[in-house]
Design a protein around this ligand. Sequence first.
Ligand SMILES: Cc1ncc(C[n+]2csc(CCOP(=O)(O)OP(=O)(O)O)c2C)c(N)n1
Ligand SMILES: [Mg+2]
Length: 389
Amino acid sequence: MFSLTRTAISKAFGSKATRQFSTSFKAFQTVKVNLPETSFETYQLEKGPENVFDIDSSELMRLYREMVTIRRMEMAADGLYKSKMIRGFCHLCTGQEAVASGMESAITKEDNIITAYRCHGYTHARGGSIKSVLSELLGRRDGISHGKGGSMHMFAKGFFGGNGIVGAQVPVGAGIAFAQWYKGQNNVTFALYGDGASNQGQVFEAYNMAKLWNLPAIFVCENNKYGMGTSANRSSASTNYFTRGDYIPGIRVNGMDVLAVRQACAFAKEYSSNGNGPLVLEMVTYRYGGHSMSDPGTTYRTREEIQNMRSANDPIQGLKHVILNLGVSDENSLKQIDKEARAVVDEATKEAKASPEPELKDFWVDVYAPGTEPPFLRGREPQEVHYYN
Ligand SMILES: Cc1ncc(C[n+]2csc(CCOP(=O)(O)OP(=O)(O)O)c2C)c(N)n1
Ligand SMILES: [Mg+2]
């Protein structure tokens, strides 16, 4: 075990936040991971993801740091919302961090992700800084959408949002996969949706076109067991979401295990980019908080259920056990990462609060792609007209 310098750490990990981490661990050592048999269940596939695989110890540490940072960021958002600094919609992903982080670990920025409104974790995992996410939530100019999108409308390279209309992103995701195929790119698109969206007609229309045209589309049902206050059992005639593609093979994944998510997404990418067409992944996960900030989340499920998920299935604690059991790092070093994540988020929160609000003139830009603007755009009232030239 030895300490890496800050420079080496930031070179190895990249730096998404202003502050840097300085944690000791066994760097760049390959370790063998053995996932439980229950990690995957396949549908119409001869072979699923491998349960035993090698991974670099630095990737385990990066995943730990990222999930801890996302959780801290969501805690900060929770606080800012409760102090009425963030207004409007706000859906937190606390508990579901492993899906965003595991997926990101398996793909490149040339692959695409599109999701619904529970998008803060994906935005950060795709490269959006903590400051840019929190500033967006606060409606500030340093926000990733310059403060004009808010919680549900965040974008980054290879990340098509952040979409507020339940299910709408699924056919859009199939379209993005079509573009990748059309351009001859050897990449895939992950289109995420919830258990609550899974019964919509447009999901099945997207399945059909993706299979018909053999598109590199991975449909990912993030099954967090509830759509607002309605449990999956009450909304879905079949809760085997990984089989709902009918003629599309599928895999049910333990979405509370970041390494299982990583393996499944790597498998899916390999499968679909090799011309095998679409795949359905069901990530079985859980949100600790309510549906949104206006839902305490305790009227349609028991406190025991939430407590049990937190204590027995938490994705951060799960990865911590793997890291400790493999001897990759120790308790003190992980505590140090926790502390540093808090400091990173605190600093980003301060910076986001200090960021100015957009000016009125900023609202006329980012509406059309530069160079494609019409001669003028109407505002909210007939007299309020903006001329582009
Ligand atoms: C077309 C449409 N209908 C209804 C809503 C209101 N709505 C917002 S979230 C939601 C529940 C969706 O649940 P799920 O797909 O399971 O996603 P989760 O919130 O659990 O991540 C509903 C009904 C909406 N935004 N869009
Ligand atoms: Mg849901």
